[in-house]
Each structure stands twice: as structure tokens, then as C-alpha cells.
Design a protein around this ligand. Sequence first.
Ligand code: NDP
Length: 307
Amino acid sequence: MEAVRCLIIGSGPAGYTAAIYTSRANLAPVLYEGIQPGGQLTITTEVENFPGYPNGISGTAMMEELHAQAARFGADIRRGIVTACDLSKRPYKVTIDDKTEIASETIIIATGASAKFLGLPDEQKYAGLGVSACATCDGFFYRKKVVAVVGGGDSACEEAMYLAGLASKVYLIVRKDYLRASQIMQDRVQNHPNIEVLFNTNTLGLFGEQFVEGAHLVRTIGGKEEKFDIAIDGFFLAIGHKPNSDVFKHYLERDENGYIKTTWGTTRTNIPGVYAAGDVADPNYRQAVVAAGMGCVAAIEVERFLS
Ligand code: NDP
């Protein structure tokens, strides 16, 4: 079994930043990229709020630069997904792709989070046939068509804006009577001529012969329900994310939503030498720059732990 001093799991801003710091500290880190190399930023559009990019940068380009920066200092970056782990004693053991076992003195978990779905059977039925959780991946297929985006946060507004540049019309389906997105995103969405916001509205189901052709909706105002249908070609989910922490659940303390618990102000988990950084451990901020900061903190903690 291969033995390493520092294993980093995940390749978003947290994982790569941890790799930059630990490789510069001569810890010869091994990083496994996970299901989505580059993480969630590779399926976003422009990143406008990461310090140092006054003109914005595409999420994919930013992650390629972080990858290159980590590789430059010698981080061993590999394809693979963690499928099992044994954190009962040091060195901790992690299984990659159900076959390769690695023993590591320390682990930095930076596995991020994945998109949530509403849980309607129709989401499964029309998966890849009009249902998507990634506007930047699939928006291209909806040029000059009509689409709906579900959610009222920054992600939903960003996806609606992106799709509004391609589609002829975008419905934004919001369950409350307000958007929770930042003011700048609310203003952009509400002033866009191609976007119609449907407040107080929930989705009951989808319909269509083979592909999505429409959605059954219900609007509730003052306890009164009004059911109606809209004709759409695409249905996009942007209702938040679930932390990718299930594989560690037998060992690590998590909150009720699955976020790995860390000691306040640190990235320490309940197991010495195991750290959690980025969205997998951050129910509050979930920002690329915060994830990068947490990756740095975790790397410094690893260095101190090992010495
Ligand atoms: P949020 O948790 O902020 O928003 C989720 C949205 O989905 C809310 O409007 C919520 O409604 C709605 N929702 C959740 N579950 C359901 C459901 N079952 N049915 C209908 N609607 C539902 O998630 P985001 O992904 O938008 O954002 C996460 C974090 O990332 C935030 O901190 C955000 O600011 C940040 N972010 C920042 C960006 C930027 O700065 N450029 C871009 C994207 C995200 P309700 O309000 O009723 O709970």
C-alpha cells in the first residue's frame, strides 16, 4: 500500500490551495481530483468576485490556473474518487475507485458540494431530456427556446441571467415572495426583459411526450392555491447544494445537513490530523475565496500537526 504524509481529496479552490501550500512546505501531497475535476467553478460562468481578477475570469480558466500552480510546486495530482475510508487509526486509509488503497498521516477533505434536486419523480424521468442542474453545461441546447429556473438565490439568478442570453424566455420559479439573492443579482434579473419571475410558486410536476414540454405549477397567495401550467423546453434546478461528505459519515461529525463539523476558526474535524476545507465544511459562506482560505488554513494545520 502506498504511504503518503498528506492526502488531499477534491480539486476545487480549497483542494488546490491546500496542494499549493503543502507542496511548498515539502510535504509531497497527493491530490485526488474527484468526480468533477476543478469542482463547481468549472460549471459556472464568469467569476467576478475573486480578488485579483478586475475584469472577471471564467471559472474553468481559474481552475486550470490553480491546477497549474499546484503542479508547479510538485503536488501529485491524480484522477480518482474516494469510495471508502478507515479513519479509526493513523495512518488513515482511503480507497480510491474501489481498488487502490492509500495510507496517509493526514487528510484534507475538500470534496465540495453537489446540486440538489426537488425530489420529483419527473426529474428522474426527464433527466437529460430537458432537466438539468447546470445552465452553463446545458444552456447551449436551449437557444431561442423557453426555459424555467427554480430557486431564488444567487445561483438561480446567475443561471437565469446566463440562460436569458440564449433562450427566448426564462421563467424564474421562486417559492417565497422574495429573492434571497444579492441585491445586484436581484436587480439584474428583475430588469431583464427576457426573465419573468414567478413568486410564491412551486413545481408539482413536468410533462411532455419524450422531452420536457411544460411544467405543472402551483401559486399560493394568502392560503389560496392556483394551479397552472407553463410551456417550457428546459427545466433547470438551482436550489442549493448538498455537501459531499457521505463517504466519511462513520467517522466524522457532521451537522444535520451533512456539512462536516470543524472547530470554530480552524479546519480541524473530530479526528486529529483530518481537516475539512471549502464547501463540504462551510454552510455559511460557500464562496471560492473562502474555500481557498480554508484550504490554506488546512495546509498550515497539516504542517504543524506533522512537525
Ligand atoms: P441558496 O441556498 O442561497 O439559495 C437556494 C434557493 O433555492 C433559495 O431561494 C431557496 O428558497 C430555494 N430552494 C431551496 N429548496 C427549494 C425547494 N425544495 N423548492 C423550491 N425552492 C427551493 O443557494 P445558492 O446555490 O443560490 O447559493 C449558495 C451560496 O453561494 C450563497 O451564499 C450565495 O450567495 C453564493 N453564491 C454566490 C455567487 C456569487 O457571488 N457570484 C454565485 C452563486 C452562489 P428559500 O429562499 O425559500 O429558502
